[in-house]
Design a protein around this ligand. Structure first.
Ligand code: NAP
Length: 306
């Protein structure tokens, strides 16, 4: 019987683990098969407090993991494949096999990249279609690339890709970016980046590998093909809440509903980070809510006399 099981190994899960471990709760953290969350697929993190010169995303996650481990967090590599929150103590099944019983649960399952839902996007995934510039940018030395999206991720991905590509076109469905001013300015000043405004991707072209994208201007209706060797998606993320459907309150966009800090509608189940945050979605806010969730879990256990 565990005091606290944490699902998720991004900043929210690891911060929750560190706090729970320091409260002598001996937390068990299910870290997935691809540990570390979204920051492991990003480059330089410049806005995480305490790193004045910036830090690479994977390095930051490594440090957070060490810190959680140092105080006694036990890590389990594997995916939580089902949960039973209808009876207490709660049950979490890992990889369809191992059953864990826990008095409290912290959900920090984060969010996953969204796709456009085009059949050729799926077919050519890994053959020129990607959602991770840091993972795949290297393969496109001297090539022309397309990034879709108008938020911080699109600016960041495009800027990073200019290290390898000769040209990066950002295709955005409006004529205004959603990205923060500093990220916009950086992309706009970059001579290798071009913007294709008011346009959507209608198709991804290529037989075995990506050779281009078909674009439609939503104002003029003009359709044209833009040749490229790689197509990167940066159109946002959807929260990873499928595991909890029917057991926890979820809003219309799929985020877990929380109130009074990190409490879900089931006493003893708490949610932290991007899985419950449609507004801020920053590494530092995820870490902040991870800390809150651990404190909330500690108080829940204290009230139980557990
Ligand atoms: P986002 O802010 O939600 O932006 C998504 C972008 O994709 C928007 O411009 C949106 O267009 C566009 N889009 C969405 N669905 C689309 C579709 N079906 N077809 C075409 N375009 C579509 O997502 P994000 O850029 O991943 O950022 C998520 C959060 O992480 C934000 O809070 C951001 O600040 C943060 N972040 C921070 C950093 C950093 O500070 N270093 C880096 C990356 C991300 P519209 O604008 O028209 O809606």
């Amino acid at each position: 019987m565990h005091n606290v099981v944490i699902i998720g190994s991004g900043p929210a899960g690891l911060t929750a683990a560190m706090y729970a471990a320091r409260a002598n709760l001996a937390p068990l953290l299910i870290e997935g098969w691809q540990a570390g969350g979204q920051l492991t697929t990003t480059t330089e993190v410049e806005n995480y407090p305490g790193f004045a010169k910036g830090i690479m995303g994977p390095e930051l996650m490594k440090e957070m993991r060490f810190q959680a481990e140092r105080f006694g967090t036990v890590f389990k590599t594997g995916d939580a494949t089902s949960v039973d929150l209808r009876s207490w103590p709660f049950t979490v099944i890992v990889d369809g096999e191992e059953s864990l019983a826990t008095k409290s649960l912290i959900i920090a399952t984060g969010a996953s990249p969204m796709t456009l839902g085009l059949s050729n996007e799926k077919r050519l995934w890994g053959h020129g279609v990607s959602s991770c510039a840091t993972c795949d940018g290297f393969f496109f030395k001297g090539k022309e690339l397309v990034v879709v999206g108008g938020g911080d991720s699109a600016m960041e991905e495009a800027t990073f890709l200019t290290k390898f590509a000769t040209k990066v076109s950002i295709v955005h469905r409006r004529d205004k970016l959603r990205a923060s001013k500093i990220m916009q300015d950086r992309a706009m000043k970059n001579e290798k980046i071009a913007f294709v405004w008011n346009s959507i991707i209608e198709d991804v072209l290529g037989q075995d590998v990506v050779t281009g994208v078909r674009i439609r201007n939503v104002v003029t209706g003009k359709v044209w093909d833009l040749p490229c060797a790689g197509f990167f998606l940066a159109i946002g993320h959807h929260p990873n809440t499928a595991l909890f459907t029917g057991q926890l309150g979820i809003d219309g966009a799929g985020y877990l509903l929380t109130n009074h800090g990190t409490a879900t509608n089931v006493p003893g189940v708490f949610a932290a980070g991007d899985v419950q945050d449609p507004h801020y979605r920053q590494a530092v806010t995820a870490a902040g809510t991870g800390c809150m969730a651990a404190i909330d879990a500690e108080r829940f256990l204290e009230a139980l006399g557990a």
